[in-house]
Ligand binder design. Structure first.
Ligand SMILES: C[S@@+](CC[C@H](N)C(=O)[O-])C[C@H]1O[C@@H](n2cnc3c(N)ncnc32)[C@H](O)[C@@H]1O
Length: 265
């Protein structure tokens, strides 16, 4: 069922697709996405894929990527534009995937419209479908406080990165890398942030997966201990600032990729 946000994107489908066609994903963003989502076998779910450009980009890198979105016209467009890909019309609030069935999830600016008091439940749902040791990469708007703003499509929320990371931890994800781009980094008039996180514990449907002690780290990666099934129990937040990219933008193998920035961001 299409919810309010899906309807809002459906109503704006044409200009949104046009924006995606004419803007480019920041090189730092694309590098972070590739660094974390191309390294392991298994399905990568592009949750809130919009017109499907990042799904297609991951597929061009031999990743078994599936796109999923709640806006029917965006999914129709993705299917028509990338016929070899798989695109699903569904909501991140209720994923049509079994427990522990995907290796990784890309939530690229698709959590920005989730009201803060509903974010935990959505993150737990993402966690539910992920394999032990799976990776989540999320892009969102950085802010000094959790606060709504007038996004061009519908209300979105700024998130302080530390707060977003804490929400991830509560839902069973441990941050492994973060990137915060300053305002003058070339795209739009808002601050952009991204976090890569790894699942912790075994996870279980409908409840947070976190188990075992949690240590907040020092910015250095440290070894993790594991259960026999390979899941981490002793977790470390190892945030690191990515190096400045040599170029502002990056052109993908299949032409332009874009994120929701510039006018819309
Ligand atoms: C800002 S756009 C980002 C699209 C794409 N990831 C990109 O980087 O261009 C947010 C996307 O999330 C989708 N979305 C929002 N809420 C969703 C939900 N509950 N389930 C699935 N997709 C959702 C919207 O339809 C829209 O395509």
């Amino acid at each position: 069922m299409v919810d309010e946000v899906g309807q809002a994107y459906d109503d704006m489908a044409e200009p949104y697709i046009d924006l995606v066609r004419t803007t480019e994903v920041h090189a730092r963003d694309l590098a972070l996405i590739e660094r974390h989502l191309t390294i392991r076998p298994g399905t990568v779910l592009d949750a809130g894929c919009g017109p499907g450009h990042l799904t297609a980009h991951l597929r061009s890198l031999e990743v078994d990527a599936i796109g999923l979105d709640v806006a029917p016209r965006l999914i129709d467009h993705a299917r028509a534009t990338h016929p070899v890909g798989r695109y699903e019309l569904a909501s991140i609030r209720q994923l049509p995937h079994p427990d522990r069935s995907v290796a990784a999830i890309l939530a690229w600016y698709s959590l920005i419209h989730v009201p803060p008091d509903e974010l935990d439940a959505v993150l737990v749902e993402l966690r539910r479908v992920m394999n032990p040791g799976g990776t989540l990469v999320a892009g969102f708007f950085d802010g000094d406080a959790i606060a709504p703003f007038d996004h061009k499509v519908t209300t979105a929320y700024f998130w302080p990165v530390a707060e977003f990371s804490a929400r991830l931890l509560r839902a069973g994800f441990t941050e492994i890398e973060r990137d915060q781009r300053p305002l003058n980094s070339g795209t739009g008039n808002r601050r952009h942030a991204a976090i890569a996180a790894r699942t912790t514990g075994r996870g279980a449907p409908g409840r947070p997966a976190l188990e075992g002690p949690t240590r907040i780290g020092t910015g250095r990666s440290e070894p993790q201990s594991s259960n026999s099934d390979g899941t981490s129990v002793d977790v470390v937040v190892a945030a690191r600032q990515t190096q400045p990219a040599p170029a502002d933008v990056h052109r993908t193998q299949r032409g332009r990729c874009s994120g929701p920035r510039l006018v819309w961001g």
